[in-house]
Design a protein around this ligand. Sequence first.
Ligand code: ADP
Ligand code: ZN
Length: 437
Amino acid sequence: MNYQYWNEKMETLPRPELEAYQLSQLKSTVDRALRTTFYKDTFIKAGIRSSDDIKSLADLQRIPFTTKHDLREGFPYGFLSIPLDDVVRLHASSGTTGIPTTIYFSAADLKRWAGFVARCIYGTGCTKSDVFQNMITYGLFTGGLGFHAGGEEIGMLVIPSGAGNTTRQFRLMQDFGTTVVHATPSFLLHVEAKMKEEGISRESLKLKKAFAGAEPYSEDTRRRIEALLHIDVYNSYGLSEMNGPGVAFECQHKDGLHLWEDGYIAEIVNPETLEPLPDGEVGELVITCLCREATTLLRYRTRDLSAFYTEPCPCGRTHRRLRRITGRTDDMLIINGVNLFPSQIEEVIMGIREVGNNYLIVVEKEGVMDRLTVKTEVGADIFMDDTRPLNALKEKIRKTLQASITINPRVELHENGSLPVSEGKAVRVQDKRPRDV
Ligand code: ADP
Ligand code: ZN
């Protein structure tokens, strides 16, 4: 395989040098943190008075964790470590799990962020000759402007098409010969059906690659998109608290996401005890941002679940790889006492060939019991008026799910293209149970 690095020195820095660099960045981050109203207090309580108290990377453990709740408490400027006058932009999270949080950037922060995103894009084999259509929400959400800047940094022709409106997306792809797109995996799954509907042939497009992120998806979903659109799909991970996209990304091997350790220190901890977990074990990802001067965040609990690979990657990058994020700690559903992550359902149903590209999970109360219903679309080649094969498929989905999740779900089949599609992050779960107050 031919590898290309955007920043070869940093991407292949030997581990001892990478860790020495992290330590120096951590020290300046601690000094910056002491200028924020939030950390001033928490650091004093933890006995940290200056960066001199941080002598090795192990001293990171002395720093308290920061949660989304802290960010909301510190709204609007509790984490700001530079004068407001030097801030040039703000972004906010999507608010998937509550009130959005706000992150501020200086001009230098934006430049560094674009560099990290460029690294990700370039590492998949893209060059300045590629035409990049960014089919994701622009605005406060970081995916739009974040990828936009990364593409421009490389010198690609960037088309800021934004999310949704497949008709216009196809037109742009045809008019300008788009070779690479960025979108949510759920939108990409939806694209092929729309192509058929609008009579767009695959041959009329020059598409080669897609970057898919912003929400969890399974390996089977990736393969499905790749097969439907005849492209390579690369997993992109980021979160607004850590700038946005450009935190971790797959290289050409598509096996684990390299987390840029010169910009971020990542830990995997047990979400209950908060103790560090050994490489390979799944836990909550905790990140310290080293590459931003405006908003300072240390040991931020992402609530995302992942694990570190134990082996280095053949691509030569020395930055550790994360396993595909399977969901968030707070995504977990408890159904009649059994713990269930939506990703477990996706893994099963996307592996069944006859199942279409969209699904919905509904949880309700029936008397004292919880009731799980999995609604899936059927494949485009299945007729809804022929009940025998439909019943057989329903039974197959039910049995395969039950064997895997130990819960007996109700399965509903819906016509291809009939379940709701969201323009941004997909909403896959409807929990209709009354909440305890
Ligand atoms: P919000 O937390 O409101 O959704 P963001 O827009 O910052 O705010 O989204 C970041 C979150 O999106 C991550 O914390 C993670 O849960 C999810 N996410 C982003 N990229 C991926 C990915 N490649 N795989 C799984 N989840 C992802
Ligand atoms: Zn690699």
